[in-house]
Design a protein around this ligand. Structure first.
Ligand SMILES: Cc1cc2nc3c(=O)[nH]c(=O)nc-3n(C[C@H](O)[C@H](O)[C@H](O)COP(=O)(O)OP(=O)(O)OC[C@H]3O[C@@H](n4cnc5c(N)ncnc54)[C@H](O)[C@@H]3O)c2cc1C
Length: 571
């Protein structure tokens, strides 16, 4: 089943659910009109359907491999990458003074969702490049920006993100890579990084590594980390890729999925680097890239979920088994109630996750356009939810899609298994979903709940608006928001261990309530009758009630967990 880009659904959400029109009313994004938006989404959709989706199997069956120091990429990936770069799809929201289009990130995220659905392992390359563009735009010197941004934005060069080391995974502060001043403004970078996505590739003219490392005498932990730009080839006086730098790919990982994306062990052996931002402030600079990538990874999950759903739907329409209760139906399994339950659940989850992620993106853009801190706070609160719920949705939908396809889903050739294998890592990288949930229950409540109360007020406002037309749905979304308020208040009174013991279900409770709000807004926009209203009923009747169990778990505390000894877990 070829990929079908969800252009209409994205446009509907932008127009009716997440307030994208606010952006075109600002000076900065005045060009993001409905017509431009439609054109961009349609063109990107075509690229995904016609050029990138055929590469999906190639990446899986012909993994990237290391040959005499060269990373050989999967057949067709070079052409696919060129099509992405030449179409300007890496640069939709990049600054225009360096060759970008200067459009809202929301559009970039929507396009990224489609790229992910078409071919996740290739999409990871421009996603990381975009993160590097963001970090350099906000933190690099004017000279470095002038040299690197145009080439990254055009897609000639790609970007990577180097945090992880063998002893420093979630605990980035444990990293040991060093940066020794060379005395000429550059630094000698030494150390090993692991799991570096798109660490190199045979079609990339140059690779710009953003590397976290420690200066001599730097304080311990995250307070002593600085960020460095380390090009694979040092640009010559004309800005062309010049002499080879002291960085190389040592090996590539053999992974469960995402085979087309080279995941590299990188060796930095006195490689020349340039500092980005201030000494020991590397985490702040890297956070620009990481926040962007967190939302981008949530979007990856949604993209794969959409693709897996489309695949499962095609099978369900075709496969005939048993007698169905639908008179004059096709007789295919889509007419069985349990199969409809699976399809409707998948569709309702994808819609909710997409709406939450795009709402987060709109807040990022509104902050950039207006400078108002409230938007930044809203985006910061939504980011861990968008990342964890988007990727959980990717995994759950991919596995339900396999169930819909029965035995055929388990057979590799059909491609259903690949979605599940590829998307599984999205809950692990860019900060595991556990770390995202702890961020929500910890750091994001440091304001005493201000950001949370504001979002809950938005949910209750939507419920109020829906009450005359859809009283039963509105009431249940309102009640769920009130339960979430009580649990958030409870969280605020607890120490971090108690909060963290319930952080994952707490985040899930938020996703359920915000998902309910998004579906309610969609049903309202439709006038309270039609397929979007039916889908809202599916979400509110079947998925929203899970918030109650999630919030009960969120308040369960840590005591019972620590009452078990380490040995008790085994027997
Ligand atoms: C395919 C792939 C691509 C990747 N790409 C990149 C890349 O491009 N650049 C890069 O720098 N890294 C990359 N990574 C690394 C990735 O970001 C890490 O794997 C991830 O951050 C988790 O670190 P870890 O594997 O060391 O797991 P660990 O940190 O050991 O975590 C193991 C488990 O313990 C939990 N845990 C850890 N610390 C805590 C805590 N304080 N409180 C509660 N629970 C905790 C985690 O949630 C997790 O469930 C990639 C990884 C993979 C698999």
């Amino acid at each position: 089943m070829p990929y079908r880009a969800p252009v209409d659904d994205i446009r509907f959400i932008l127009t009716h659910v997440v307030g994208f029109d606010q952006l075109s009313q600002t000076d900065r994004f005045a060009e993001a009109t409905p017509d431009t938006t439609a054109q961009i989404l349609t063109e990107a959709g075509k690229l995904c359907e016609e050029v990138l989706s055929p590469l999906q199997r190639s990446g899986d069956t012909h993994p990237a491999r290391l040959e005499n120091g060269v990373v050989r990429t999967s057949p067709g990936f070079a052409e696919g990458y060129r099509a992405i770069a030449e179409g300007g799809w890496t640069a939709i929201s990049a600054p225009p003074d360096h060759g970008g289009m200067g459009l809202p990130q929301t559009l970039g995220m929507a396009v990224n969702e489609m790229l992910s659905g078409a071919c996740l392992s290739l999409q990871l390359c421009p996603l990381l490049t975009f993160g590097a563009i963001e970090a350099l735009t906000h933190h690099a010197s004017a000279d470095l920006q002038a040299l690197y941004l145009p080439r990254l934005i055009s897609g000639e060069w790609s970007g990577t993100m180097n945090l992880t080391e063998p002893q420093a995974g979630s605990d980035v502060g444990a990293l040991r890579t060093t940066a020794q001043p060379n005395g000429d403004g550059t630094y000698a970078i030494k150390g090993q990084k692991i799991y570096i996505s798109w660490g190199d590739g045979d079609f990339l003219d140059n690779v710009v590594h953003l590397v976290l490392a420690r200066l001599p005498d730097a304080p311990a932990g995250t307070k002593g980390i600085s960020l460095f730009l380390v090009p694979r080839n040092i640009p010559d006086e004309n800005g062309a890729p010049g002499a080879r730098n002291g960085v190389r790919v040592v090996s590539l990982e053999h992974k469960m999925g995402l085979h087309g994306s080279p995941t590299a062990v990188m060796e930095y052996d006195d490689a020349t680097g340039w500092m980005i931002g201030a000494p020991n402030k590397g985490m702040a600079a890297m956070f620009t890239m990481m926040n962007n990538a967190r939302l981008g990874v949530g979007i990856q999950g949604i993209g794969v979920a959409q693709a897996a759903l489309t695949h499962a739907l095609a099978h369900a329409r075709d496969r005939v088994q048993g007698k169905t209760p639908v008179q004059d139906g096709s007789g295919a399994i889509i007419d069985h109630a349990d199969v409809r339950r699976m399809l409707a659940t998948m569709r309702a989850e994808v819609f909710a996750a997409r709406a939450i992620a795009l709402s987060c993106a709109v807040s990022i853009d509104m902050q950039a356009a207006t400078g108002a801190a409230d938007w930044a706070v809203r985006a910061a609160f939504l980011t861990p939810i968008a990342k964890a719920y988007g990727t959980d949705t990717g995994i759950e939908v991919a596995q339900t899609a396999m169930q819909v396809q029965g035995g055929m889903g388990y057979i590799e050739e059909t491609g259903a298994a690949q979605f599940l294998r590829d998307v599984r890592v999205t809950a692990i990288y860019e900060g595991t979903n556990g770390i995202q949930a702890m961020d929500l229950a910890g750091r994001k409540l440091m304001d005493g709940g201000e950001a949370a109360w504001r979002l809950l007020a938005e949910v209750e406002q939507t419920a109020e608006q829906a009450r005359p037309l859809l009283p039963d749905l509105a009431e249940r979304v309102w009640d769920a928001a009130e339960s979430l308020r009580e649990t958030t208040e409870w969280m605020l009174t607890q120490d971090m261990t108690q909060r963290f013991a319930g952080a994952v279900p707490f985040l899930r409770g938020w996703a359920r309530v915000l998902g309910g709000q998004a579906h309610l807004a969609a049903a309202l926009a439709e006038g309270g009758t039609g397929p979007r209203t039916a889908l809202a009923r599916v979400f509110v009747d079947r998925l929203l009630p899970e918030h109650a169990a999630a919030l009960t778990q969120a308040r369960a505390g840590a005591d019972a967990l620590y009452a078990l000894s380490d040995d008790d877990f085994a027997a």
